[in-house]
Design a binder for this molecule. Structure first.
Ligand code: SF4
Length: 304
């Protein structure tokens, strides 16, 4: 570390008792005019949103501002991760008309930037990559000018599949590490791995795509491990980074270790910028698709 770099702060160890919800995390509940519009559109559509399926705490805020992240390939994930609220089990056959429906929703919502994600589909012969590409080509055709961010699973680290998606050239390729290396085996599915996710990011960066990743904090990691994870991700050529507070979706999910303060998030953001990330969002309620459009359109984040 050079003398000018942010020093490793002295963060307290995980507290033994249940951490208390910090005052600084409270925020007003306000529903803007777009909320009902999106709610009605999604209620009439068979396309899902990760905002609803993953019980995202930002749903009111994002939908009120006209931001929504679509979830293709169904509502059921073939994997089970300890942090995630998505339903696990046997997924349904993908809807072949979903790409058209997605394009129709993007047009009706007048989106300039769209984020598309999916559950893992290890059950499908192509792991779902063909469906991703059909969604992308349909959006390119029906909604020219729309920028497309794909928040992808690891596709089992299969380079040939990943290359197909890279050739289709989404504007942003997003893949989350979720947590630090030591906690990956307990927090993510046994089918996921830290080195594999890094390799996915590297392959996409090497093929000239704009890459983005994200992690959660508050799962029991140390700040040294957080800084190491940032460095590992940056080493793969990743340009954009998100860091948010883990909030357990239920009592059966991985327990919360601690809440990070806004100052601690600011320290993490500073460190990430110092090691070369171009854009970084680090705040308690940041999620990997939070305000994704403002990353893409070059506006500075109003965060940290
Ligand atoms: S942060 Fe992303 S997933 Fe959460 S509500 Fe906003 S757009 Fe949806």
């Amino acid at each position: 570390m050079t003398p000018s770099q942010t020093p490793v702060p002295d963060l307290s160890d995980p507290v033994p008792d249940a951490p208390r919800f910090p005052r600084s995390y409270r925020r007003p509940i306000s529903l803007g005019s777009d909320f009902d519009h999106i709610r009605r559109l999604m209620a009439d559509s068979t396309v899902s949103t990760v905002c609803a399926e993953a019980l995202c705490p930002n749903k009111n805020e994002c939908w009120s501002r006209g931001h929504v992240t679509f979830q293709i390939l169904g509502k059921v994930c073939s994997r089970h991760c300890a942090f995630c609220a998505e339903t696990s089990g046997a997924p349904a056959t993908p809807d072949p008309s979903e790409p058209e429906k997605l394009a129709d929703l993007a047009l009706r919502l007048r989106l300039k930037h769209i984020v598309i994600t999916s559950p893992s589909r290890d059950d499908l012969p192509d792991l779902g990559i063909g469906h991703y590409i059909r969604c992308l080509t349909t959006l390119r055709e029906k909604a020219p000018g729309l920028t497309v961010e794909m928040l992808i699973p690891d596709f089992q680290g299969k380079d040939d599949l990943l290359d197909l998606l890279c050739q289709a050239r989404p504007d942003v390729l997003n893949h989350n590490l979720e947590t630090v290396q030591r906690l990956t085996p307990t927090i993510r599915s046994a089918q996921a791995s830290y080195p594999r996710s890094l390799a996915v990011l590297k392959r996409a960066s090497d093929r000239g795509l704009r890459t983005k990743s994200g992690i959660m904090v508050g799962l029991g990691e140390t700040i040294v491990e957080v800084f190491q994870t940032l460095a590992d991700i940056r080493e793969q050529g990743v340009a954009w980074m998100t860091v948010g507070q883990y909030l357990p979706p239920s009592a059966t999910h991985a327990p919360l270790s601690r809440y990070y303060s806004p100052d601690e998030f600011a320290t993490i953001r500073r460190r990430a910028l110092e090691i070369g990330f171009e854009k970084v969002m680090a705040q308690p309620y940041v999620r990997s698709s939070y305000q994704a459009g403002s990353f893409a359109d070059g506006k500075e984040m109003p965060l940290s």
